[in-house]
Structure formats: structure tokens, C-alpha cells
Design a protein around this ligand. Structure first.
Ligand SMILES: Cc1ncc(COP(=O)(O)O)c(C=O)c1O
Length: 281
């Protein structure tokens, strides 16, 4: 099947051509990354777990000191884009930036810019990861916020690709396991599924939270635990989670091969089933 290169865009109340210039040159999201975003999976024209994503968008905006977007307007925009997207696996991305501002780090003038867009995603598959030589700063002012300042992730992912991997994994400044560029990490150990706590500096992933809830309900021992980076480097089994991938096994760490683990496989099955049953858990 031909690659789906569609981009559906909503801006200022209506759908637009994705080639249309929409955002001002002095938008603070563009000039200094002063903005926040969300990405939800689109399942048959419906966004998955939208309420949790909107909650996190608001937490991120508050953390950056931005005003909140109008929640009803965001919902309407997402519904419009999701409806126009239709069938087929996709992602809807909600961008809320500080809006027009100075060409420097002083506060933006606003009002904020809201832009919602959808594009295709590839079907999830097992991943190879590379641990990158840079760290997440768990004490950063923007730790745990989903801001548009993602250049570190872009750099790290390019580095991972150069190593033949599909995702980059960061430790934090204390040498603990943290997260991937767009994923949370789970490691299997002693019959348990372990994931770094939020104090590691990782994002509070929506998929991570659902995996913990649904796995516990199914009787799987899943815990937040501070882990050294070595826990992933030496793991027998591990997995990644994200909105666009769900739960996928890690099959390589820095060139060392891993087999998908029994707990990761069980949790992937539970997640796939339950997220089809419950569109907005
Ligand atoms: C840095 C980072 N960590 C983790 C995740 C996974 O979060 P979620 O499950 O909400 O998609 C993402 C999502 O894109 C991310 O950007």
C-alpha cells in the first residue's frame, strides 16, 4: 500500500490546507520553543484517551507559565481533525504555544496559538534502542513537561539511528534509567515489570499510566522503581510504551539482542484489547 502522507490541519476555527502559512514569524513557540503539545492515537477517526491528554496539556502549560487553552475549543478542533482523518491509523497532535512574542526569552505577548494536525503513523513493531551519551535533567525547569523544546530528542534519535537503533534512551544526571525520546521504559526483573518513577525526570506517559493500571488489575506485579541505567543495559526483557506504539518489546539494547519477555507480551495483549474497548479511559 502507498505511504499515507496526508496531513489534516485545523487552525483558527477551521480546517486548512497543510501547505498554508498559518503561524506568525514571531510566534514564541517557533522562536524559542515556548509551547506545549500532545499526541494522541487516532483509532478509526476517534482520538484515544483524549481527556488524559488534555489534562496533561494543561499541566504542561501551567508548568511553563502559559495561560490554558479553551478546553472546549481544543476538543472541537480535535473532533474536526479526527473526523476529516477518517479510517486508518493516525496521530492527532495538539500544539498550544505562547503566541506572538519578542525574538528572545522575555515572556510572549499572546494570545496563544492553537494548532491541531493529524498525520499517519506506522504500525507498531519491536524496537532496538541505543542508550545515548546525553542526560535528562530531572531538576530542569521543564522536567516532566511536554514542551515543544524537543531538539534534544531530535538530536538523540538521530544518534540512535546512526547506531542502527529505532529509539534513543536517556539516563538522568544521577545515572538512573529515565525514558526514551518519545517513550517510557519498562524492564522485567524477578517476575515484576519495573518502570522509573516520575522523579527520574521522565514524562508521565498516558500509556505508562494505563499499563500500570490495567496490568495491576490483571494481577501483574508492576511497580515504579528507581533503576540504574545498567538495569536496561543488562536486562533480559524490556519494553517501551507510547501513545503511537502502545506496548512494544525492546529487542536490542546497544547492539545486544533481547527476546520479548512474557510480562511485556502479556501487558501488550492487555493494552491492545482494553484500549480498543475503552476509547477515553
Ligand atoms: C519524552 C516522552 N516520554 C514519554 C512519552 C510517552 O508518553 P505517552 O504514553 O503519553 O505517549 C512521550 C510521548 O510522546 C514523550 O515525548
Amino acid at each position: 500500500m502507498a505511504e499515507d502522507r496526508r496531513v489534516v490541519v485545523w487552525f483558527d476555527g477551521r480546517l486548512r490546507e497543510h501547505t498554508e502559512p498559518l503561524v506568525r514569524a514571531d510566534d514564541h513557540g517557533l522562536t524559542v520553543g515556548d509551547g506545549v503539545f500532545e499526541a494522541c492515537e487516532l483509532l478509526d477517526g476517534r482520538p484515544f484517551a483524549l481527556t488524559r491528554h488534555l489534562d496533561r496539556l494543561e499541566r504542561s502549560a501551567t508548568g511553563l507559565g502559559l495561560p490554558l487553552p479553551d478546553r472546549d475549543e481544543v476538543r472541537r478542533a480535535v473532533e474536526t481533525v479526527a473526523g476529516a482523518w477518517g479510517e486508518g491509523l493516525g496521530r492527532v497532535r495538539i500544539l498550544w504555544s505562547a503566541g506572538p512574542g519578542p525574538l528572545g526569552s522575555e515572556r510572549a505577548w499572546g494570545p496563544g496559538t492553537l494548532l491541531v494536525a493529524a498525520s499517519a503513523v506506522s504500525p507498531p513493531r519491536p524496537v532496538r534502542v541505543a542508550v545515548v551519551p546525553w542526560v535528562r535533567n530531572e531538576r530542569s525547569a521543564i522536567a516532566g513537561l511536554k514542551t515543544t523544546s524537543y531538539a534534544e530528542n531530535v538530536r538523540a534519535l538521530a544518534h540512535a539511528r546512526e547506531q542502527g537503533a529505532d529509539e534513543a534512551v536517556f539516563g538522568n544526571t544521577r545515572g538512573e534509567l529515565c525514558e526514551g525520546t518519545g517513550t517510557n521504559v519498562f524492564v522485567e526483573a524477578d517476575g515484576m515489570l519495573l518502570t522509573p518513577p516520575l522523579e527520574s525526570g521522565c514524562l508521565a506517559g498516558v500509556t505508562r499510566a494505563l499499563v500500570m493500571e490495567w496490568a495491576s488489575e490483571a494481577g501483574i506485579d508492576v511497580r515504579e522503581q528507581t533503576l540504574p541505567l545498567g538495569a536496561l543495559k543488562d536486562a533480559r526483557h524490556a519494553a517501551l510504551t507510547s501513545s503511537t506504539r502502545g506496548v512494544v518489546p525492546i529487542v536490542g539494547v546497544d547492539g545486544r539482542e533481547l527476546a520479548p519477555g512474557p510480562l511485556s507480551e502479556a501487558v501488550a495483549e492487555i493494552y491492545t484489547r482494553r484500549h480498543l474497548e475503552t476509547p477515553d479511559p
